[in-house]
Design a protein around this ligand. Sequence first.
Ligand code: GLN
Length: 209
Amino acid sequence: MAGSSAPRIGVLALQGDVREHSAVLRELGCEVVEIRLPAHLDGIDGLVIPGGESSVMDKLSRIFGVAQPLREAIAAGLPVLGTCAGLIMVAHHIEDAIAGQENFGGLDVTVRRNAFGAQVDSFETSVTVAGMSGPALEVAFIRAPEVTAVGPGARVIASLADGRVVGVAEGNIIGVAFHPEITGEDRIHRMFLNVVAQRSLQRPVALDA
Ligand code: GLN
């Protein structure tokens, strides 16, 4: 973010609802970069991993050679917002993964894929998010994962009325099981941009010679 006021946010653009996330981010004043190749990661302040299909994102990210650079960038502290399949991509453990499915890691949680049923079982509901003011979030669940275990490093940030965990955070990473980007909701993205802004403040400032 140094030298420019607009945060430069990558959206992993291999598959999934890239356009919807990009629109919310632009609306919030970000410069959006679509990420498909390792070179696209240069200079980004944060990354959004959209919803879609995690097993396909996994395969494509390996084919395009971006999986390992992403894994390293996330481990080094790159702020990430993962939604739905994007949450699956950053979880440490995946239940009901397809054979050989890999991901990027980052969040000390276990997620269960398709925990809320098939596409036809999609629904919209309200979600309470810790520390978020205003009305409850109205969001969509589409073949969504559930967080089934939260390790000591991670914390719960969102749950359903029945107690099921649908949002977690750890360090610079936020993962939510739902889609905040298709119901006109921007507070999860704002929360993420706060993480991005705080991280850029912590970076050493280059002093002019
Ligand atoms: N079930 C999908 C998966 O496993 C996620 C669905 C979504 O992102 N809407 O990746």
